[in-house]
Ligand binder design. Structure first.
Ligand SMILES: [Zn+2]
Length: 305
């Protein structure tokens, strides 16, 4: 458009000709500074009263935006201490938030050795025939030989059962803990024979897709005066107590009423998944009802094929 403009127009005095570019430069610098400030992840408060406050502000910013760079996160990950890793993130909610916004590339939600693994109909175990390196044995009354569980979960389950008994709701026992890939093959095949494939898929995981294969899931039952079955657990005093208190021991009820569209399973008040106390507290206080929602993952109502 400059080509059509008159070549000569009024020429401003020298002082204005100099002042204008300087003004533009100052304005540009000022807006650049503002822009830079806006780009900063966390505004650093101007001139903190105590110089000691600075490292903590910097650490908080690092925790929120690049937690995987923190030495304590790297050390706990290398040591396989998942509770310490979550704590190093600043707690369960900070851990969850960092994962959801994509600030935690060192956290793999598909690593079956970690407390934060998410297994569902769209997220099979990798490898499919994964087995935990070591398992403890649940010391509660049991109605099947599948009483293995990862050590920390065994301890937490024992503490939960003690607390339930102390609260006067009676004994809690176990129906099924760890199930191997092979055992899941047998279990699933049995369900298919009895209910057909769609019936089996509503209540039993296909081999390689079961949380029980991680050693982090357990089906609990009421055992006072005798051990009952899974289906009645939800209506027992133990079932009501577990629904309210399991999170205090690091467990979540994985398949809740009304969440079948997300989890792919009918409600199972007996199926507890161990995620550790820090994450379970964040899950509870945040009002989450599925691990998929907790970690911002897509709903998994059905298998891909
Ligand atoms: Zn189960």
């Amino acid at each position: 458009m400059s080509a059509t403009q008159p070549r000569h127009a009024w020429r401003p005095p020298f002082a204005i000709r100099i002042a204008t570019p300087i003004g533009v430069l100052v304005t540009a610098l000022a807006s650049l500074f503002t822009l830079c400030s806006e780009l900063k992840p966390v505004p650093v408060p101007p001139a903190p009263a105590a110089a000691l406050a600075l490292p903590s502000v910097a650490l908080d910013a690092e925790r929120a935006h690049n937690p995987c760079a923190l030495p304590e996160v790297q050390a706990s990950l290398a040591a396989g201490d998942d509770e310490a890793t979550v704590a190093a993130f600043g707690g369960g909610e900070q851990f969850r938030a960092a994962v959801v916004v994509g600030n935690a590339p060192c956290i793999a939600l598909d690593d079956p050795q970690r407390l934060w693994v998410v297994v569902n109909k769209l997220r099979p175990l990798a490898p499919t025939d994964y087995a935990p390196a070591s398992l403890g044995r649940i010391g509660l009354a049991a109605t099947s030989p599948s009483t293995g569980l990862v050590e920390d979960a065994v301890t937490a389950l024992g503490e939960m059962a003690d607390a339930a008994r102390a609260a006067g709701v009676g004994a809690i026992g176990v129906n099924n803990g760890y199930r191997s890939y092979r055992l899941q093959q047998t279990t699933y095949a049995l369900h298919v024979r009895e209910q057909g494939q769609s019936g089996a898929d509503a209540g039993s995981a296909r081999p390689g897709h079961s949380e029980h294969q991680t050693g982090l899931a357990v089906d609990v039952i009421a055992c006072s005066p005798r051990c009952g079955g899974l289906d009645e657990f939800g209506s027992t005093p133990q079932g009501a107590w577990v629904a309210e208190h399991a999170w205090e021991y690091g467990f979540v009820v994985r398949y809740e009423q009304g969440e079948t569209g997300t989890t792919g399973y009918l409600p199972e008040p007996w199926h507890l998944r161990y995620i550790g106390r820090e994450l379970a507290a964040a899950y509870h206080h945040g009002g989450y009802r599925t691990l998929e929602a907790f970690f911002g993952l897509p709903a998994a109502p059905d298998y891909r094929h």
